[in-house]
Design a protein around this ligand. Sequence first.
Ligand code: NI
Length: 142
Amino acid sequence: MEKKPKLVYITRKEHFNAAHRLYNPTWSDEQNEAFFGKCANKNYHGHNFDLYVTLKGYADANSGMVMDLKKLKLVIKEQIVDQLDHMNINEDVPFMKGQLASIENIVVAIWDRLEPFIENGKLHCIKLVETERNYVEYFGEE
Ligand code: NI
């Protein structure tokens, strides 16, 4: 009897350190400070980010894998970690240029960069953990 393929979710966890500040250039400094508080600090602040990239798909009949996690690791390293690690997200990261450096905007930017490199299965979730208590997830939805 033929085995029915089963949908599985695979996740690679990566890590980077980066600085940012929350600042809306269309507001005055006072408005930014009133709204964002310490997060608007003009000298920036840093986080130790944990990034979770989850794909969903069916294991390939030959490899038994959705996508080789070694390959996924390399793509995340080249496209994301090498771009963000030890960087100032507001100033140093071309793919965040002109965007407010919020975790929400960062996860969407990470999704857009990684999606073309997913060889099998589909990108399911980008999860970015900013602090022990705060994280943001993006599922590719409008
Ligand atoms: Ni922050």
